[in-house]
Every structure is written in C-alpha cells, then in structure tokens.
Write a protein of this length. Sequence first.
Length: 173
Amino acid sequence: MSKSNITESVNLNSLAIDEMESINIVSLMLEEDKAIHHAIKQALPYIAEAVDLIVEQWKLGARVFVVGAGTSGRIGVLDSIELGPTFSIAENRWIGLVAGGNEAMSRPLEQHEDDKNLVINELRSYSFNEKDVVIGVSASGTTPYSVSAITYAKELGATTISLSCNPDTISYN
C-alpha cells in the first residue's frame, strides 16, 4: 500500500481487536495514537502556514468555510458552531458545511459525499468569493465533496487549505 493510502491500509496490530480484553483494546488504541502525534509534529510548519493564511484573510473580513463529508464534515460543523460561544466569533464568519446538510449531522447520507456540484451550490448560496477561505477536510484527501470545494475556491482565487490524514493529497495555497 502506498504511503498516500494510509487511511485505507490494514493495521496489523489490531487484526484481532475483537478477541482482545477491554484493557488491551484501550491500551492498543493509546499506543496507536502515538503515530498521530508524530505525524502532526512533522506537519507543524504546514499547520502554522495555514493558520497564517487564515489570519491574513480574516483581517480582510474573510469568512472561513470548513467543508467535509461524513465524520470529517460533522467535526468541522461542530467546531464551527463552538467557535461562537468559546471565542466570540460571529456565526457568519466561520461556517461548517457537511455533505447532506443538517440532516447528515445525525444520520449517514453517504450518497452526498460524491456530489461535486452540491458543495459548489452551497458555497454560491453564501456568495463565496476570492476573499474567503475554504478548509477542505477529508480523511482520505480524495472525497469529491471536499475536493470540489477546494477546486471551486481556487478557480475564484480564494485561499484554500486541505486537511487530510494521507500525505501527498490536495495541497493548499
């Protein structure tokens, strides 16, 4: 399996997880989480650059759109909602979009993650423009809903950021 497909690979350490004692399951999960910290540490310069891009556009009045499908989209929406009460961010400045809309927050609507036009129509409904920022969130880095948002934003000259668990997926500018 290529390194760019890590989210689709089999974790040999957890093949028998369904046969393990609970303490061994949670211990294994803790151990496996160490790999995440290593990956994040390697990505820190890119994360800092993304933060700088957002701040630069934010100062110009930009809105930030976090776009994703499934769990990635739900987390983006939840984070967007929480920014208001936690950091006094106006709800129209940081907007979460999940494939399938509000209904997808409580039930799987997988059919929407492959709809490339859905997110473009949603961004248009917000009058998305070159001043705004799109953060495309996708574990694989290939989800059409997220990729389409980034592609559309780039076509408009907007700032784009890709957040993925796989290296060598969509880049940001």
